[in-house]
Design a protein around this ligand. Structure first.
Ligand code: ZN
Length: 483
């Protein structure tokens, strides 16, 4: 079965057929770095990570791009309020974002383009739209996208929402980055400098100013992935106006289809209500870590709901995540023990006369793999995917209890689990949660190796071993494993 995904563009579940065999472009709208990302934002970023991991699991060579919006209305306001420079202000939140991404074990996108580093590309795109008669300079010096001219060229504005213009009263023009669909209007591509912008402005052929939010994503996605690419993803709150405007700007400039599949993640409620600071249910990732939960538990919980369903995130759910993960850890740990001490594990009883046993038993590695893949193919049916995992855990525990898992069985089971975990990204407690003291020793060992002090690095390795940890060097760097 091939991967099927719900495409907002067609309002239907479609088979994913990449337009190029050598590379699949995946663009996820990234953070606006004016504050710490909250758990609702993280739901979308973890969803993006799941999409990328699923595509890679299926053998696609993905180029994953996530923009960093480091100039925008809210940022300018905060820069003014905090009397800091743009770079100082956004730098701290970008660093926090990347740290959180790591805590949640999301793969780092291959490209993280910054809006402020793509001003020439943004200006070039606006010039193209002006040359095509779709954008115009208004009296205030700002440049706007003309919805009327765009539609006059035979293009459709509102492809994702299926806007009905006959029933709408189009507004004049809108300068702010966010607006309601009731006021569909010409939107700003370039915002002329005003006193409130302070030092945040760039020179351009249209005068000093700064880019609008929507044009940033069009310019950066097309720069890295080309004028047409396969997948564009974001939270459902971005459908309008952000993604509609991205389509209009991009297709208006190139005359080519911009994106083949648009994927949108649903909202998140916290304790049954829309997240709000006044209700006390507004959580950033660090708020939850401070309550004693781990990134792994939060990732697990965010991955338990289908991406198109509104998800109710609760602290009770996080506690449940802890016990669910403990069940997986215990099972995987026992399988590792069998491999680690093959002499103590009983061989599969009379394996020579039962060659099909491992393949036919419910919950066997092959079946786990097949059921897991089939579930993901079905528009990322994560509930069915977890169902396969926990059925495998149950069955494996049963076989462990009757001592019927040989070292070879355990090796095959762990290989299947590792492949599956390349999608889930939850690891096991042993791999991702070494105590701080052990991690500090690993860092000291790396520093010693870098300084070519091999005597010290060996001594640290021995000390780690004495404390029950071994270092495994991998192409991605050293990894700690519990003995
Ligand atoms: Zn975007």
């Amino acid at each position: 079965m091939a991967l099927k995904l719900f495409n907002t563009l067609s309002r239907s579940v479609q088979e994913f057929t990449p337009s190029r065999s050598d590379r699949t472009g995946l663009y996820c709208c990234g953070p606006t770095v004016y504050d710490f990302a909250h758990i609702g934002n993280w739901r979308t970023f973890v969803f993006g990570d799941l999409v990328r991991r699923t595509l890679e699991f299926q053998g696609h060579a993905v180029t994953h791009v996530m923009n960093i919006t480091d100039v925008e209305d809210k940022i300018i306001k905060r820069v003014r309020e905090t009397k800091s420079s743009l770079r100082e202000f956004t730098g701290q939140y970008e660093a926090a974002f990347l740290g959180d991404l790591k805590t949640l074990n999301c793969l780092l996108p291959h490209h993280l383009p910054h809006a402020t580093e793509h001003i020439p590309e943004i200006i070039a795109l606006i010039e193209k739209l002006i040359a095509r008669g779709i954008a115009y300079r208004a009296a205030d010096g700002s440049v706007y996208f003309s919805i009327e001219k765009y539609r006059g060229c035979g293009c459709t504005y509102g492809k994702l929402l299926k806007l009905n213009f006959d029933e709408m009263r189009a507004g004049e023009r809108v300068k702010s980055d966010e607006y309601a669909k009731e006021s569909v209007a010409d939107f700003a591509l370039w915002k002329a400098r005003v006193p409130e912008d302070g030092e945040v402005f760039w020179p351009s052929p249209f005068g000093e100013g700064r880019p609008g939010w929507h044009i940033e994503c069009s310019a950066m996605s097309m720069k890295v992935l080309g004028e047409s690419f396969d997948l564009h993803l974001g939270g459902e709150d971005l459908i309008f106006p952000h993604h509609e405007d991205e389509i209009a700007q991009s297709e208006g400039a190139t005359g080519k289809p911009f994106v083949k599949y648009w994927l949108h993640g649903a909202h998140l409620l916290v304790e049954g209500k829309k997240m709000s600071k006044s209700l006390g249910n507004f959580f950033t990732l660090r708020d939850l870590l401070a309550k004693g939960f781990t990134g792994r538990e939060i990732r697990y919980l965010l991955l338990t709901a289908h991406y198109r369903e509104t998800f109710n995130f609760t602290l009770e759910g996080l506690s449940g995540a802890k016990s669910a993960l403990a069940r997986i850890d215990e099972c995987v740990g026992k399988l590792r023990e069998i491999i680690g001490a093959p002499g103590t594990a009983p061989a599969r009883p009379d394996a020579s006369t039962e060659p099909q046993r491992a393949e036919t038993v419910l919950g066997a590695p092959d079946e786990l793999f097949t059921r897991f893949s089939t579930a993901l193919d079905d528009d990322l049916n994560i509930s069915a995917a977890w169902g396969a995992v926990f059925e495998w855990v149950r069955e494996t525990n049963r076989r462990l209890a009757e001592n019927s898992i040989s070292s070879a069985d355990a090796t095959a089971a762990l290989a299947a689990w590792n492949k599956i975990d390349s999608v889930l990204g939850i690891g096991t407690a042993r791999e991702v949660e070494a105590p701080a003291e052990i991690n500090a020793l690993l860092e000291a060992r790396q520093a010693a190796r870098k300084a070519k002090d091999f005597k010290r690095s060996d001594a640290i390795r021995d000390e780690l071993k004495a404390k029950g940890w071994i270092i495994e060097d991998s192409p991605k760097g050293p990894k700690l494993k519990k003995i």
